[in-house]
Ligand binder design. Sequence first.
Ligand SMILES: Cc1cc2nc3c(=O)[nH]c(=O)nc-3n(C[C@H](O)[C@H](O)[C@H](O)COP(=O)(O)OP(=O)(O)OC[C@H]3O[C@@H](n4cnc5c(N)ncnc54)[C@H](O)[C@@H]3O)c2cc1C
Length: 352
Amino acid sequence: MNYKPHIAVIGAGIAGLSCATTLQQADITVSLFDKSRSPGGRMSTRRGVSQNKDGGADNKYDWQCDHGAPYFTAHHPDFQAEISRWCEAGVAALWMPEVNVLGDAAATCHNLDAPRYVGTPKMTSPAQFLARAVALKLQTTIQQIESQTDGWRLQSAEHGWLNDCFDVVILAIPAPQAVPLLLQPKPVWAALAATAKMRGCWTLMLQFATRVALPFDVGCVSQGPLAWIARDRSKPGREGAESWVLHASAAWSATHLEDDTATVAALLVQAFIELGGPAPQTWTAHRWRYAHAEPGLDKVYVWDGANEIGLCGDWLNAGAAGGSVESAWQSGRHLAQQVQQSFAASCGARPY
Ligand SMILES: Cc1cc2nc3c(=O)[nH]c(=O)nc-3n(C[C@H](O)[C@H](O)[C@H](O)COP(=O)(O)OP(=O)(O)OC[C@H]3O[C@@H](n4cnc5c(N)ncnc54)[C@H](O)[C@@H]3O)c2cc1C
């Protein structure tokens, strides 16, 4: 009998997608779960409706903003090759904005000269491209994982205990969200995830009726609450109303993480005006509780072959510079290769 293992990957950010697609390419059956309405995790895009001049709302989306990772870079040849594949498929492209350093931004602006890539026509596009190859179940928040005699069982907030039973379970979610899932089956890993530090980030998306007359597309900022401002429409493949995204600095975000949205928005808009920008027509705020994985853990991934459970994500592969799209992609891919090797090594003792 030719038994094919069935693997559950929890989290359809770039780490989970990279892991799931690598396993799928090795002819392993994968089910991918995510609590959100679309894949991509922190590679995310918000769309919305701005106000007409007469005050009425348009019926369809007329602005968009990448409010998570604004771009990604590629250092390793494997990730460079993956980006080339995305570019060929039309879901990513090089972004060459006019960058201004506002103040002494050496501390906040890394990789100023490295080529920057973005998803096209939006940051979620590479994730949607990868997700086409796997069985993805969205709006499924996994609340509990349990190892039973027939394999791993998953319980979700929306659907209760899932019918399927899995040979392997992989968690590709931020460390603080992994902790409660690991407490019962892997308390040591729960403790490991609890040590990972992830910084928050307040993000504000601004919409304007006309083009903002700032002489740059990206500002790397070191003064006041802001760290990064960018004209979303300067990215390739963007259409719609002029929109800018503002990221508050890690320190400012930490101090104001529990503040109410209106207060935060007022302070960030004021900081934008002080940099020479106009008051926006409308704004939308987003608080990322877990935006950036800090350097610290340098494990790439973790894997327990005896119990067939693994972890991947940017927080395990944060290196010296912190987590990134590239480090998350690498983490998922390396874990998938490890799982394949484990299957290959044990195939004599197992029914597959
Ligand atoms: C504001 C901001 C700016 C950034 N800037 C950059 C940058 O310039 N360059 C760069 O390379 N990186 C940047 N990053 C970091 C980059 O986005 C991340 O490192 C990377 O996307 C992490 O991928 P991941 O797959 O590990 O995690 P995530 O993208 O967080 O994916 C995890 C997924 O798991 C899902 N999930 C969580 N819990 C559960 C559950 N219980 N059940 C089901 N699903 C669950 C989530 O919905 C999510 O889709 C930035 C991030 C933010 C937020």
